[in-house]
Design a protein around this ligand. Structure first.
Ligand SMILES: O=C(O)c1ccc(O)c(O)c1
Ligand SMILES: [Mg+2]
Length: 609
């Protein structure tokens, strides 16, 4: 199907927007009137610029507050429309979006609305143009798709059809099912936007919180299927009003937008991507370290029962292992600073197919920095710059490391990597969610918010179907204020254990002090026996239970190297969440420890918490 994007989705001047849309591979645009009004280009210049870029102008929009008015206002509105038809003729666009009136001058009279829209369609039809009528969710008298369809049927004019916008349809309680029964040919245009479920004024929700398909909570594949069932064969066009995208790099937003449509079409089966292969686990997680953070992380890993088992043949890179948990410390960093997760590797049943899928979703390939004789690892670059390697379980990437002969001093019982906690830059959180889910074939498990000591946090948990690869993306819901500690939120690796109490007893690490108040509250909330609470408290273990009775026992380490920490997890009876209720306790405890521990190489202001 053809793919279009409304200019309102992207930041910048009209030139920036068109250039970005074309570079990302869109076939066409919806031209937002404001973008034309503020542009120094005449309509015919816009037309030729679009033609040069290979973009069609599929829709001119919006034309507001037209229908169901008194005779003199109707005359005025028809004059206004005639001027716009002139502009459209110069632009070479034949369809205009007329959104349902929000004006107090309009009356609640479907017959009147229909006859006036028919009069408008007459004038449009004479010029070879069409009217696509869209019910705004906050329209004064017409605010649902079925109401707009009744009016279009009443008008019964060949130059009048519907514009369906997934936001306006799915934000309202009216079922979309009947869309499949709309007369073929009467849906003139389809606009797509996703959004999180929010209980708020629908206009504010629409103007600030729309997202690209796959980033929010709407069932867009089903919605598009209904529209296609009604015979729609026009473009899939994105119309996303979003405060962050309005400020972001246009080229980048356009790629994100294109990825969302490609992934949607993949779900619909109208565009075949290489299917995401099964993922079988985490192969390794790499931290970039410098002269300060390296020693801290080494001692933390020793305290967790890891052993330094391998030394890279050519680079200052160390492999640390315990059972199937593998951490790589990379000292070849170009920018000294706090430690960070610079790369991670997952195992795939078909790494080349994973890579082909990533490429089809415009995921940038990682530059190959392989030395002669080194194992080849396929990699892509995530939105925040993290390298994501995809390897075959049998791949011998370990042969790049010469054995050190090192063995762990004590076994803490860590088994596998449960998940990675990847703090995201504010501007790229939604982009990253879609990236990881579509590229790696992960499903969205839950998005939760919690109040942390330095602000509200949002966390998005995702996993492959077998739960072998889990990621949790986190972000502060607002950009950080000046008072909150600067720099980024910490990232973490969570390891599984079959017996967290035994693991906790075996650790030789500084512990986080979890307040007694937490355990008092826990006992009250879950009616837990005293001796169990005492055991948890002795080891600083946190607890959660879901409504089905599944339990999570987990503990956190302090922050090491300025920005990273570890978590140890025991999931009981299939607990499938991430223990978000305990995140604020963890953050406060880590902050407390940082403030009360002197001689920290990065000082107290470097990282949250
Ligand atoms: O928010 C608006 O006014 C507006 C305008 C045009 C649209 O297509 C739309 O969905 C919303
Ligand atoms: Mg719309």
């Amino acid at each position: 199907m053809r793919r279009s994007i409304a200019t309102v989705c992207i930041s910048g001047t009209l030139d920036d927007k068109l250039t970005a849309a074309a570079a990302a591979g869109f076939d066409g645009i919806e031209l937002f009137e404001n973008d034309l009004v503020v542009s120094p280009w005449s309509p015919s210049e816009v037309r030729s610029r679009c033609a040069d870029l290979g973009l069609s102008i599929d829709l001119y929009q919006p034309f507001r507050d037209f229908e169901a008015v008194g005779p003199s206002l109707l005359r005025r509105n028809l004059d206004r429309a005639a001027r716009k038809f002139d502009v459209m003729a110069s632009l070479g666009v034949d369809t205009v979006l007329v959104c349902s009136s929000v004006s107090p001058d309009s009356v609640d009279d479907d017959e009147l609305a229909a006859s006036q829209l028919a009069a408008l369609a007459d004038r449009a039809g004479e010029r070879g143009m069409r009217i696509a009528y869209e019910a705004l969710a906050w329209g004064r008298h017409v605010s649902t798709w079925d109401h707009s369809w009744r009016i279009v049927q009443l008008a019964d004019h060949p130059a009048l059809g519907l514009c369906l916008d997934s936001f306006h349809v799915l934000s309202r309680e009216v079922s979309p099912d009947g869309i499949a029964g709309i007369t073929p040919g009467k849906i003139f245009f389809l606009q797509l936007a996703d959004a999180p479920h929010l209980r708020m004024d629908v206009l504010q929700w629409s103007r600030h919180h729309r997202l690209f398909p796959g980033q929010g909570a709407f069932d867009l594949p089903r919605f598009v299927e209904l529209v296609l069932a009604a015979g729609y064969d026009g473009p899939l066009s994105l119309e996303v009003f979003n405060d962050v995208f309005r400020q972001a790099d246009p080229a980048r937003t356009a790629v994100d937008a294109m990825r969302s449509l490609t992934a949607l079409e993949d779900r619909l089966g109208s565009r075949r991507l290489p299917p995401a292969p099964d993922l079988t686990g985490h192969a390794f997680t790499e931290f970039a370290v410098d002269g300060h953070s390296g020693p801290e992380l080494r001692s933390a890993l020793r305290g967790l029962g890891f052993a330094h088992t391998g030394q890279h043949r050519t680079k200052p890179v160390e492999l640390w292992e315990q059972a199937a948990c593998r951490i790589v410390l990379n000292s070849a960093v170009t920018h000294p600073g706090p430690a960070m997760i610079s790369a991670f590797a997952v195992t795939s049943s078909d790494p080349l197919r994973s890579l082909a899928r990533a490429e089809a979703l415009s995921a940038p390939a990682h530059p190959n920095v392989r030395e002669p004789g080194e194992a080849e690892l396929a990699a892509i670059t995530a939105p925040d710059g993290t390298s994501v390697f995809v390897t075959h379980p049998g791949d011998d990437w370990r042969s790049d490391f010469l054995p050190t002969g090192g063995t762990a001093s004590g076994d803490a019982g860590l088994l596998t990597v449960d998940h990675l906690g990847l703090a995201q830059p504010f501007d790229h959180f939604d982009e990253a969610g879609l990236f990881y889910q579509s590229v790696l074939g992960l499903e969205h498990l839950a998005t939760e918010e919690y109040a942390a000591p330095y602000g509200l946090m949002r966390s998005r948990a995702m996993s492959n179907p077998s739960r072998a690869v889990r990621l949790a993306l986190t972000v502060a819901v607002l950009r950080r204020g000046e008072w909150a500690p600067a720099v980024a939120d910490p990232q973490h690796v969570a390891f599984t254990t079959a017996d967290i109490v035994a693991t906790a007893a075996a650790l030789t690490l500084p512990k986080l002090r979890i307040p007694d108040n937490y355990y008092d509250d826990l006992a009250a909330r879950f009616a837990l026996p005293d001796d169990f609470i005492t055991t948890l408290s002795r080891h600083g273990i946190l607890y959660d239970r879901d409504p089905s009775g599944s339990e999570l026992l987990h503990l956190y380490t302090p922050v090491f190297g300025g920005r990273v920490f570890f978590e140890i997890i025991e999931r009981r009876h299939g607990y499938d969440r991430s223990g978000e209720p305990n995140a604020p306790v963890r953050m406060a405890a880590q902050r407390h420890r940082r403030l009360t521990t002197s001689n920290h190489p990065y000082g107290t202001s470097q990282a949250v918490p």
